[in-house]
Design a protein around this ligand. Structure first.
Ligand code: 13P
Ligand code: SF4
Length: 368
């Protein structure tokens, strides 16, 4: 999409009418449109979405599952993606040209994805080529813009998700001696450490100051981590863990690998949203858990497993604000517009970008 079109889309405001409707009215209308459109409409919902939205999802999943499901679905004309911008972009790139992907609120972005732009990435790549020569393969977390994915695809790299990062990093080392991992330093560090790469062999690229920070020797660097993070998962701290261990040593701690390395090290378990859900599901009744991930998911697990004692690792945690932008009103607005033959908030990745971004996505989908 051209920048101007994108800005116009961003400007689209929810009409006041939708703010006057009660939840019940909105739910009835959404249910009715869903029935009317039948299989022409597909609503995938990420695990971090609110319950009011998740109740209408045809499928729920983590980033990897949703990418696969979007690719498999050949029946739907409209894919109304309940998640954030990079997920809808991925769905658009993995579906056919006549399938239309819609994000109910264009402001549902991801602050982590915004931490790496093309100018910064090109600059970083050039510097790294000068320092290390042709020894680096880029990997990007799917939580990145389509442009960054395209850059990675062009340079023979791949995307990763929190569910398959370990396999993808392993694969990347069969290709080149070094990895540039964008844009989440924590997922990159946690994954590489899990694969026995010492912290001293990891350097951090700071895109604001354009510098490579490292503790070990330059020639020993194996992983270059982009200095980005998730503003939600950074709020889980080792203090939270110390406090909890003192108070309740029998409570197990499970966190998402977007949390800092120290937090992951001190936790009992770490893994993607899918892994967290499966672990809690399999846990024995009466077991006690503190979860370090987005609050909508933690609250859902509390409701789903009343026989297990579940709390958030950080008692003052807030939900991801951008994920939370998708609500009943925005979902109804996008669906009613469809019914009226009007497409709003369409996510359409430029074909020159999607060509290479798809290469990176396909590499991931065929490797794991
Ligand atoms: P999952 O890949 O575990 O779904 O988490 C991704 C995420 O942070 C969504 O923003
Ligand atoms: Fe982005 Fe973090 Fe929100 Fe996920 S939880 S969408 S990584 S800001």
């Amino acid at each position: 999409m051209q920048t101007l079109d994108f800005l116009k889309q961003m400007d689209q405001q929810l009409p006041a009418y939708y703010r006057q409707l009660s939840d019940k009215e909105m739910m009835d209308k959404i249910a009715w449109i869903k029935e009317e459109l039948g299989p022409k409409l597909y609503i995938p919902g990420h695990h971090y979405q609110k319950d009011e939205v998740i109740q209408f999802a045809d499928d729920t999943g983590d980033s990897l599952q949703l990418a696969r499901l979007a690719k498999q679905n050949k029946e739907a004309t409209y894919i109304v993606f309940c998640g954030v911008h990079f997920m809808a972009e991925t769905a658009d790139m993995l579906t056919t040209d006549d399938q239309i992907v819609i994000l109910p609120d264009m402001k549902a972005g991801c602050s982590m994805a915004d931490m790496a732009n093309m100018e910064q990435t090109r600059h970083c790549w050039n510097e790294l080529q000068q320092l290390f020569g042709d020894t680096i393969i880029p990997l990007t977390y799917v939580n990145s813009t389509a442009e960054i994915k395209a850059f990675v695809g062009k340079n023979d790299g791949a995307t990763v998700t929190s569910s398959n990062a370990k396999e993808m990093v392993r694969w990347a080392f069969t290709q080149k001696k070094r990895i540039l991992f964008l844009p989440d330093q924590h997922l990159g560090r946690n994954t590489a450490f899990d694969l026995n790469i010492p912290l001293d062999a990891m350097a951090v690229w700071d895109p604001i100051n354009n510098q490579l920070n490292r503790k070990g020797k330059l020639e020993d660097v194996q992983v270059i981590l982009w200095k980005g993070h998730c503003s939600v998962h950074e709020n889980f701290t080792t203090n939270n863990i110390t406090h909890l261990r003192e108070k309740e040593p029998d409570r197990k701690i499970i966190v998402h690998p977007e949390c800092k390395w120290e937090v992951v090290q001190q936790s009992d378990y770490a893994g993607s949203t899918k892994y967290i859900i499966e672990t809690i599901h399999a846990a024995r009744s009466g077991s006690k858990w503190a979860i370090g991930t987005e609050m909508n998911l933690v609250k859902r697990l509390m409701k789903q497993y009343p026989d297990k004692d579940i709390i958030s690792l950080n008692p003052h945690m807030c939900p991801c604000l951008t994920m939370n932008r998708i609500d009943l009103a925005h979902l109804l607005w996008s669906l009613e517009s469809l019914k009226q033959g009007k497409i709003i908030n369409r996510i359409q990745v430029d074909s020159t970008i999607s060509k290479f971004a798809n290469k990176a996505l396909e590499k991931m989908l065929t490797t794991v």
